[in-house]
Design a protein around this ligand. Structure first.
Ligand SMILES: Cc1cc2nc3c(=O)[nH]c(=O)nc-3n(C[C@H](O)[C@H](O)[C@H](O)COP(=O)(O)OP(=O)(O)OC[C@H]3O[C@@H](n4cnc5c(N)ncnc54)[C@H](O)[C@@H]3O)c2cc1C
Length: 567
């Protein structure tokens, strides 16, 4: 197609999952329009803080109390700091309605949240994909692990995942670069758990960092991760994966990509006669002009909650309750990860051991509850992070002049304080019809889109899981000899896990789900959804690797369909 508003494919959202769709489509020769509501963020040149020193930040990299007061939701996010604040959406800039408390963390820019993510990348397994059918909740996934396994491999090879082949059933091994190493206390705990528990392991979290770049990474212009620990500013080395450093420039190199930032997609256009979607309507954030773009196939990758909002806002005579919503499940069965529980303790051993610098990942305890059979009074289970670090010297600085300087330098270089160990729970939640995303009937945003309403909550299953996590981790910590063990339920609202999922779920039956096994809307097959909205259940693993695998798989399905003139 040649007309400037006509393309073969349109991808809505230039973030983690949309970047993958664009890459796959463009490589296959598909003329692709990638639409993004936020501004362009070019790799390297648009990372304004990447090489700044701590003293160059007005508030020494802290968020001011004024900004915190004005933006209570993002201020609660652990990663929100002065050095990366420009990548986070302020609560005040894009309001939404919290029917129940929900801290919605967003990144509206080219690259989406792939710029600020924590890069943890464990695969899902059949213990996850078979979960709903086995335990009788949600609906059965229309795919199994084997359907996704080759796509996980493809994504891992391109992204670059550092990790060990641990041979753990619940987090299948993948295509890994060399792993970083645990420190001595993490190693001690890992060995201890292996010896003491038949059902548990402590491994090192697989992460999207280039420990040893391969040819495919060098072709992307990316280099070795130097463990700078400043990832969320954007990495000028391309040491971690983001859509900005990897998939989007790769797609652009093919000559088949048109990237259109500052374009808020309002709705997908449905043609009743043709019985399919024909394009999208956007509003330009600078000029406020409305434009329509047309394509044979449309991918929805706006991030789970916004993707739901977009389908709900895409109404027609045929679909009065939102595009593809014959089942009435659009916006329902949304879920998240339960990150409320934490445990900390002191380790008095290894006092003669220290470490230098940091690594870009932490130890990880894969799910061990209810894996092979139901063994507790709650469904599913939790994975846990584990980290050991040593306090810096607790000796106060002394003296004046050179003596003071020496004492400060000495204090910042030596780790004489005790080892602190800690863990946080990453619990699966059960998708429920009562958890929903809707559109407001009364309030609109500045682009004329109805405000999104969010209602998600914990339930009895989550409370029981938290109690079990405290019991099991306390047992593991006590037996390992840790002391001064303290558990903490943060009681935080859903959202800070930043793993919102569901609302346009996959399923076998069009009467109870929105998407088929290839991520196409059952009722409008030239629309694909491959972000978190497609997820039928939540598992315990961080989900983005799985979104990327779904995105690559569905994009290749679409290429096949386009080549055969089937859509
Ligand atoms: C601090 C932090 C830590 C995280 N850590 C991890 C981790 O360790 N592991 C993990 O797996 N995940 C992690 N995540 C989550 C991860 O970032 C998301 O799962 C992932 O980015 C989702 O990809 P996406 O494509 O669905 O959404 P995004 O990456 O958010 O991209 C969506 C894009 O769509 C655009 N958009 C939205 N609405 C519209 C519209 N109407 N029109 C046009 N464009 C639109 C947005 O501006 C955005 O650019 C973390 C996230 C954060 C913020």
């Amino acid at each position: 197609m040649s007309d400037k508003n006509n393309y073969d494919a349109i991808v809505i959202g230039a973030g983690m999952s949309g970047g993958w769709v664009a890459k796959e489509l463009c490589e296959a020769g598909i003329k692709t329009l990638l639409l993004e509501r936020g501004p362009e963020v070019k790799h390297i040149t648009d990372y304004p803080t990447a090489t700044k020193q701590p003293w160059e930040f007005e508030h020494r990299n802290k968020i001011s109390e004024k900004v915190k007061d004005e933006n209570p939701s993002i201020a609660r996010c652990y990663a929100y700091r002065e050095d990366n604040a420009h990548f986070f959406v302020k609560d005040t800039d894009h309001p939404y309605v919290q029917d129940k408390p929900f801290d919605w963390i967003r990144g509206y820019q080219v690259g989406g949240k792939s710029l600020m993510w924590a890069r943890q990348t464990q695969r899902w397994s059949d213990y996850d994909f078979e979960g709903p059918a086995r335990d009788g909740f949600a609906v059965d996934w229309p795919i199994r692990y084997n359907d996704l396994a080759p796509w996980y491999s493809k994504v891992e090879r391109f992204v670059g995942i550092a990790g060990n082949k641990d041979g753990v059933d619940t987090i299948p091994d993948g295509e890994f670069l060399p792993a970083w190493e645990m420190n001595c206390v993490e190693n001690y705990f890992s060995e201890f758990v292996k010896k003491s528990y038949k059902d548990r392991q402590v491994v090192f979290g697989r992460c999207a960092h280039l420990s040893e770049p391969q040819d495919i990474h060098r072709q992307q212009g990316r280099g070795t991760c130097m463990s700078r620990q400043e990832c969320e500013r954007g990495c000028p080395l391309g040491g971690y994966f983001s859509a900005n450093s990897s998939t989007i420039p790769w797609a652009a190199k093919t000559g088949n990509l048109t990237l259109r930032p500052d374009a808020v997609v309002q709705s997908i256009i449905y043609d009743e006669e043709k019985g399919k979607a024909t394009g999208v309507k956007i509003i330009d954030t600078e000029t406020k002009e409305t434009t329509e773009y047309f394509a044979s196939v449309i991918f929805l990758n706006a991030g789970a909650i916004n993707s739901v909002g977009l389908l709900l806002n895409s109404t027609s005579n045929r679909f009065s309750d939102g595009l593809g919503n014959d089942s009435g499940t659009l916006g329902k069965y949304v879920a998240f990860h339960n990150y409320r529980a934490k445990i900390n303790a002191i380790h008095e051993g290894h006092s003669n051991k220290a470490y230098v610098g940091g690594v870009p990942t932490t130890a990880y305890i894969p799910r061990f509850r209810n894996v092979y059979q139901q063994e507790t009074d709650f469904l599913r289970g939790y994975a846990s992070g584990f980290r050991a670090s040593r306090y810096k010297s607790t000796t106060p600085s002394q003296g004046w002049g050179q003596e003071l300087t020496d004492s400060i330098v000495n204090a910042t270089r030596t780790y004489k304080g005790p080892w602190q160990v800690g863990s946080h729970m990453m619990g699966a939640t059960i998708p429920k019809e009562s958890n929903y995303i809707k559109l407001s009937d009364t309030e609109k945003d500045e682009w004329g889109m109805p405000l999104i309403r969010i209602s998600m909550d914990y339930d009895d299953n989550d409370e029981k899981m938290i109690a079990d996590y405290f019991e099991q981790l306390t047992d593991m910590f006590t037996k390992a000899g840790f002391v001064d063990i303290k558990t903490r339920d943060t009681k935080q609202a859903p959202g800070l896990d930043i793993h919102e999922m569901g609302g346009i779920r996959m399923g076998r039956d069009p009467k109870t789900s929105m998407l088929n096994a290839n991520n196409q809307l059952h009722a409008c097959s030239n629309v694909y959804v491959t972000d978190g909205a497609c997820m039928t259940s939540t598992s315990t693993q961080n989900p983005s690797l799985t979104y990327m695998a779904f995105a690559a798989r569905a994009a290749n399905h679409a290429v096949d369909q386009l080549n055969k003139d089937l859509i």
